[in-house]
Design a binder for this molecule. Structure first.
Ligand SMILES: Nc1ncnc2c1ncn2[C@@H]1O[C@H](COP(=O)(O)OP(=O)(O)OP(=O)(O)O)[C@@H](O)[C@H]1O
Ligand SMILES: [Mg+2]
Length: 261
């Protein structure tokens, strides 16, 4: 429940304090600001979506949180501890499926657990549990090329979940999929969020997707090098289709994205 944009009954999970990021532009040899003084608090169990024009820094933000980039200003804290490197606590899912085509579905998930030094018996149990969670138990022996795009993203989701992350970072995970597959994955992701209460940070270009899935939507702007607005969506997720308040929020976010600020 939110009161004045604060999620009560919840601890802060992720805390970004004055985070700024610049990249060196190779063609001009100048530093190019992408993010400037970003402040975000994400609460435990919250599902936050991020929208913004191409190039506004959405992936950069996720990459900093994932620990892929170590040079930035400000602080990023997970449960109060500074983020220094990549970690299974923060699992990333990308738009392009990042699976190994020469391994089976089972092996693709198992490999992450092997790296985490989890015993063989436990691995078997964990892999089958998460394959079941994403509805793919019957495909454990299939190779990745034998799966559809939606199924591949489910394997990636099962793999991310199998390491029991504190936060799931999703960078346009459904962008390349057909609308009917997307709709079934929305439902699965929401069911999964309800069941596991994982903290999720989900980047998308699709405003409808952001508003249907998020407890809160963050709108980013390239001109501000950061956050333009936030919308808390206090409507149960199973009541968002064909809802006039939701339609209104979609219209407002669309205007936010196209008013050149
Ligand atoms: N490794 C890098 N080196 C230099 N510049 C980079 C690097 N990564 C991103 N950038 C620049 O940072 C800016 C933001 O990129 P980013 O990928 O975060 O945008 P985005 O909002 O995710 O865009 P899209 O919606 O197209 O995915 C862009 O101008 C991009 O060129
Ligand atoms: Mg991106």
């Amino acid at each position: 429940m939110y009161i004045q944009n604060k999620c009560v009954n919840s601890k802060v999970c992720l805390n970004l304090k004055n985070v700024s990021k610049k990249y060196l532009q190779t063609h001009s040899n100048k530093l190019h600001t992408v993010l400037e003084n970003i402040n975000i608090q994400i609460f435990e169990g919250e599902f936050v979506t991020i929208v913004g024009k191409s190039g506004c820094g959405k992936s950069t933000l996720l990459n900093l949180i994932a620990g892929f980039e170590n040079f930035y200003d400000g602080e990023i804290l997970l449960n109060g501890n500074p983020i220094k490197d990549t970690s299974p606590e923060r699992m990333m899912m990308f738009q392009e499926v990042a699976l190994f085509p020469w391994l089976t579905t089972f092996q693709n998930i198992e490999i992450a657990l092997k790296l985490a030094k989890i015993s063989k018996d436990q691995r078997e149990q964990i892999v089958m549990h998460y394959l079941d969670t994403v509805g793919l138990s019957d495909y454990s022996r299939s190779y990745i090329h034998q799966l559809s795009g939606g199924m591949k993203q489910r394997v990636a989701l099962a793999r991310a979940l199998s390491l029991n992350p504190k936060i799931l970072l999703m960078d346009e995970p459904f962008a390349a999929l057909d609308i009917s597959i997307k709709i079934s994955l929305y439902k699965e992701l929401l069911d999964l969020h309800k069941k596991t209460r994982k903290t999720i940070l989900f980047v998308t270009h699709n405003i409808n997707e952001a508003v249907l899935l998020g407890d809160r939507v963050i709108v980013m702007s390239p001109l501000l090098y950061g956050i333009k607005k936030e919308y808390v969506i206090d409507i149960p997720k199973d009541q968002r289709n064909d809802n006039s308040i939701i339609k209104n929020i979609i219209t407002q976010i669309t205007a936010d994205l196209y008013d050149n600020i």
